[in-house]
Write a protein that binds this ligand. Sequence first.
Ligand SMILES: [Zn+2]
Ligand SMILES: [Zn+2]
Length: 237
Amino acid sequence: MDTEKENSGWTDEELEASVDGYLDIQTRYPNDQKFNKSLEHRRLQSGVLAGRNTKSIDYRLQNITALFEDLGLKTISSYKPKVNLGSGITARLIKILESKGLITLDSGTPSTQEKSSLRNVQRAKQRDFVSEPEGVQIPQQIVRTTKTYARISKVKDWILFNAKGVCEGCGQPGPFEMNGEPYLEVHHVKHLSDNGTDFKTNTVALCPNCHRRCHHSDDREAFTAWLYDNVGRLEKE
Ligand SMILES: [Zn+2]
Ligand SMILES: [Zn+2]
């Protein structure tokens, strides 16, 4: 069978059905017990995957194992990780996992606007503005690509639940409510961009001020050291 052709031809519905099938097997065999594969594949073929043979379903579920391994999610051991995913398949699978709340996509930093606005403040100080700037009615739009990390939602959920609405940086409740809960953000103490892990031992719940302080302030290193000293759960990486 031509697997490359197989990969490119898969619809989002088929990919989602594969993910659902994978999760469904895990629900019914929570301890990774042995099960009858062909029976499971036939079950999948009775739905959206009717047009796929058992071999290509097997192949797709192996792809899912490879991706789950990368993301730190639980895998099914009888589907050995197969990483030869077709182009775009990984991104589409990640989108599906995000829509199911299994992972959270995160740029790893609250915003990078500060750096340029800081430069602007310095420039403004140097210049003597005689008149107030008018501004622009419709600012230009620029599309930028940002590196995005797929994180396990369970860790984020646990960190927020454990914080009970109180910032682990300043001890104050989140500054406003979102969905009825004090708003806090989840920060990776060793940044994801520095290969920090997505474990509880590297993650804190912070108010937006403390979060930005961690990323952008002059005392960010001292503040991070303070977090290590004062949040018992944290381990240096
Ligand atoms: Zn705070
Ligand atoms: Zn952060």
